[in-house]
Design a protein around this ligand. Structure first.
Ligand SMILES: [Mg+2]
Length: 120
C-alpha cells in the first residue's frame, strides 16, 4: 500500500481527505509546512497533498524546500488550494509542485491525479 502525506491545517478538511483516502492508502498527516518537511523526511511518502495556506511555513515555501532537497525532490506534490485565483496556481507551479487542485475538492479528479502521479 502506498503512502500519502496529507498537509492541511484545518482539521475538518484533513478529516475529509482521510475519509476519502484511508481505504486505499497509508496516510501520514501534518498540520503545518514545517511539520510537513519533517514528516516527509521521516516517512518518505510516495505522494504529498499540500495545502497552501498553512501556519509556520506556507505550502509554497514547503514545496520549494521539498523540491530543493535531493532526497525528497522526486516525491510528487499535488497542491490543494482554496484560493481559486490564477496567481496561486502560477505561484505553486513556480515553487515546483507537480499538480494543482482547487477546493472544494472534486473527488474524481483527486483520485485521478493521485493515481496518475503514483503511476497506478
Ligand atoms: Mg490551510
Amino acid at each position: 500500500m502506498k503512502t500519502i502525506l496529507i498537509v492541511e491545517d484545518v482539521e475538518l478538511n484533513r478529516e475529509l481527505l482521510v475519509q476519502l483516502l484511508e481505504d486505499d492508502y497509508r496516510l501520514e498527516l501534518a498540520a503545518d509546512g514545517a511539520s510537513a518537511l519533517e514528516r516527509a523526511a521521516e516517512a518518505k511518502p510516495d505522494l504529498i497533498l499540500m495545502d497552501l495556506s498553512l501556519p509556520r511555513m506556507d505550502g509554497w515555501e514547503a514545496t520549494r524546500r521539498l523540491k530543493a532537497d535531493e532526497a525528497l525532490s522526486r516525491i510528487p506534490v499535488i497542491v490543494l488550494s482554496a484560493h481559486a485565483m490564477r496567481g496561486d496556481e502560477e505561484r505553486a507551479r513556480a515553487s515546483g509542485c507537480d499538480d494543482f487542485l482547487t477546493k472544494p475538492i472534486d473527488e474524481t479528479l483527486l483520485f485521478d491525479k493521485i493515481a496518475r502521479h503514483l503511476g497506478d
